[in-house]
Design a protein around this ligand. Structure first.
Ligand SMILES: [Zn+2]
Length: 140
């Protein structure tokens, strides 16, 4: 959820399409790499753990946010290659209903439709994959 802290920029007049605007630098590959390197270096690690595996987990978690945003039905797209290129990208297939930025809009019928869409396209498939991986791990 950290990448979406960029919505604070709306309060300070940062335009949506700006490098620091919503779905800009904080949704980029560079941000995911830097955040993951810093956290993998700072976080305590178990005796048998690996900082490289921790980095991989943090990087894939952070990148999944932008990738899922690029599957949504609204906004300007995701600046995956910021700060080098501030072009915004979507995937050609965008089944996930975009979430409104304002709380009041989210607490309306629109919010219910967004949650239903996210349940269908994100949470249920993620739960299915997690369940299958758990079964595979227990059987192996
Ligand atoms: Zn986002």
């Amino acid at each position: 959820m950290l990448p979406d802290l960029d919505v604070v920029g709306f309060r300070f007049g940062v335009p949506y399409g700006h490098l620091l605007g919503h779905r800009g630098l904080s949704h980029s590959i560079a941000f995911a790499v830097i955040l993951s390197v810093c956290l993998a270096w700072l976080l305590p690690i178990a005796a048998q753990g690996s900082r490289l595996i921790l980095f991989g987990f943090l990087f894939s978690s952070t990148m999944s946010h932008g990738l899922l945003d690029a599957l949504t039905s609204g906004g300007l797209g995701v600046a995956f290659f910021a700060p080098l290129v501030n072009s915004r990208y979507f995937f050609p297939w965008r089944p996930i209903r975009v979430s409104p930025v304002s709380v009041s809009a989210f607490l309306s019928a629109t919010g219910v439709r967004v949650l239903r869409s996210e349940l269908r396209w994100i949470w249920l498939p993620a739960a299915l994959v997690a369940g299958l991986l758990t079964l595979l791990r227990r059987s192996g």
